[in-house]
Structures are given as structure tokens and as C-alpha cells.
Design a protein around this ligand. Structure first.
Ligand SMILES: [Fe+2]
Length: 301
């Protein structure tokens, strides 16, 4: 049986356990524990102040750039909301919730330099925006006031937020936070992309098209990835249909039931599916995704 001070995450796929308070020397330990609690919520406040100050300098009079700076600011705010919803679904404590929000706030901080320097979100032709973000955070020293373990956790989860997969070697706690940020991020990007595809003819945004053409056809490799239950790799994208297939395939990486519920509730997959041509291979891939969702307990789209 767990110690009284411990709090186990209820999702039984997680081995993550919040460390219990020591039973002796309780008062001093409690003071220390409370200091950490307050530090996290105060630290979140400090991070917001730094983030607002840092990103203010990127606003531009150039409308296309300003539109995408604003897009990333709004994305960051929604990813904070998403991660909070995910963390609450796992019944994480206040300090873990605050740390998750710090992670969400900082996860895409590299996007601002990327946009300013390259005018693109495409990591393939610019620089990995997670690496850019970690450089920004190192220069700013904003993570220095965190305990070493927390600092390493935040840095590692930022690095992993945009990678194809999480290595098996990460610690259970890093795995938890990496999964949370990846889910929170993908949930918002799916909404953003669905809106983009619905409005791109009237309101084009080349930064979201990654230089791909909206032409007929699709890549066979994208279909194969889906039929193997894998995310479509960005390197295989040849046109916007491939990109639509890639975003659909993100469901294979979604981990938490609450994220899947939100994706479904907002109709993102249905809208993406409707925007694809009804070609035999695509129908087969879409059927595979539907079967996968059914196996995960999804009851409607
Ligand atoms: Fe990102």
C-alpha cells in the first residue's frame, strides 16, 4: 500500500508516482514542500511575465509576420489550457499542474526567432524549433531558478515535444510530461490546421502549407505509414493531401483519453477526412483510423 503522502496517477498505464513526504521531521519537510508548491506557482507567474516581455519584441508592422506571431501566441495560450485539462484529468497535484503549465508556456518559444529569421514554421528548411527554444531559454536563464531535476525535465520535454517519438530511455516522470505536452500541442495544432484548410483559399498562409501544393494525388508512403499504425513522417509529404493524412495519423500518437475526447468533440478528424479525395487507398487509410479509434473506445466522430 502506498504511503499516506503519496499520490498515484490514476491512469494505470503510468508508473509515475509523486514522491511521498517523509514521515519524520514532518514540519520542516512540510515547510520545504510548501516552499516548492509556492515556488512553482510563483515561478509560473515569473515565466508568464518573462514570456510576455520576450515575445513583445517580435511584434511586427509586416502583416504576414504579425499574423503568424499572433497565431503562435494564441497557440501557446491554448496549449496551456489543453495541458491543464490533461493534467487535471490525471488528478495531478497543484505543483505538477504548475510545472506542466510552465512547460506548455515555454514549449514553442523557439518559434518566434524561427519566424523572424526564416518566415517559416518548417523545421526541415530552417532549424529545429525545439533546439532554438532551448537556446533562447539558456540565454534568458529563465530555468535557472528551478531545481536541477525540474530544469532537466522541462528542457527534455521541450526537446521531445516535436520529435517523431519519445525514446524508451526517458524516466517515467519525463515520459508523463512529454506525453502531456505532445498531446496538448497536437490537440491545438489539429484545430489550427482544420481552420487553415477550411479558409486557406480566402485567407492563405504559406507558412502553414510548408511549401506544399494543393494538387491531386497522394503519397503511397503516407498510406503505408497509416496502415502500419504509425504517424506519417513529415519527410514523405509531397502535397497537401499528404499533409492532411499526416495530421489524421497523429491520432496514433495521442496518448491520453481526454485528448482523444477533445479531438472528437471538436470534429477535427471528421473535417480532415472530409477534405480528402475519396480515392481507394485513402478510403482504406481512413477506415483503418476509424477502426483504431473504435478499438480505443471512441464512440462517435
Ligand atoms: Fe512546437
Amino acid at each position: 500500500m502506498a504511503n499516506e503522502g503519496s499520490a498515484k496517477v490514476t491512469d494505470d498505464r503510468e508508473a509515475y508516482v509523486i514522491q511521498p513526504l517523509p514521515s519524520k521531521g514532518g514540519f520542516l519537510c512540510l515547510l520545504f514542500y510548501n516552499a516548492i508548491l509556492h515556488m512553482h506557482s510563483d515561478y509560473l507567474y515569473t515565466c508568464h511575465a518573462w514570456f510576455n516581455d520576450y515575445t513583445r519584441s517580435f511584434h511586427s508592422l509586416e502583416p504576414k509576420l504579425e499574423k503568424n506571431i499572433d497565431l503562435k501566441l494564441r497557440h501557446t495560450a491554448r496549449v496551456c489550457d489543453n495541458i491543464s485539462r490533461i493534467a487535471k484529468s490525471l488528478h495531478l497535484g497543484q505543483e505538477e499542474l504548475a510545472l506542466a503549465e510552465v512547460l506548455a508556456l515555454l514549449h514553442d518559444v523557439g518559434r518566434f526567432e524561427q519566424l523572424k529569421d526564416y518566415g517559416s514554421f518548417d523545421d526541415r528548411i530552417t532549424t529545429d524549433h525545439a533546439a532554438l527554444g532551448l537556446n533562447v531559454l539558456s540565454r534568458a536563464g529563465i530555468l535557472c531558478s528551478l531545481p536541477k531535476n525540474e530544469r532537466r525535465l522541462v528542457r527534455r520535454a521541450i526537446w521531445l515535444h516535436n520529435k517523431y517519438e519519445i525514446p524508451e530511455t526517458v524516466s517515467p516522470r519525463c515520459l508523463l510530461f512529454s506525453r502531456m505536452i505532445r498531446d496538448a500541442d497536437k490537440l491545438d495544432i489539429l484545430g489550427l490546421i482544420v481552420e487553415h484548410f477550411e479558409t486557406r483559399s480566402k485567407n492563405p498562409n504559406p507558412a502553414l502549407d510548408f511549401g506544399l501544393e494543393n494538387c491531386p494525388g497522394h503519397s503511397h508512403e503516407a498510406i503505408l505509414d497509416i496502415l502500419e499504425g504509425r504517424m506519417v513522417k513529415i519527410a514523405t509529404l509531397k502535397n497537401l493531401n499528404d499533409m492532411r493524412l499526416m495530421y489524421l495519423s497523429w491520432v496514433f500518437d495521442i496518448y491520453f483519453p481526454v485528448t482523444l475526447y477533445c479531438i472528437e468533440e471538436r470534429g477535427y478528424l471528421k473535417k480532415l477526412m472530409a477534405s480528402l479525395p475519396q480515392d481507394c487507398e485513402i478510403v482504406e487509410a481512413v477506415d483503418f483510423i476509424m477502426d483504431y479509434l473504435n478499438r480505443r473506445g471512441r464512440i462517435f466522430i
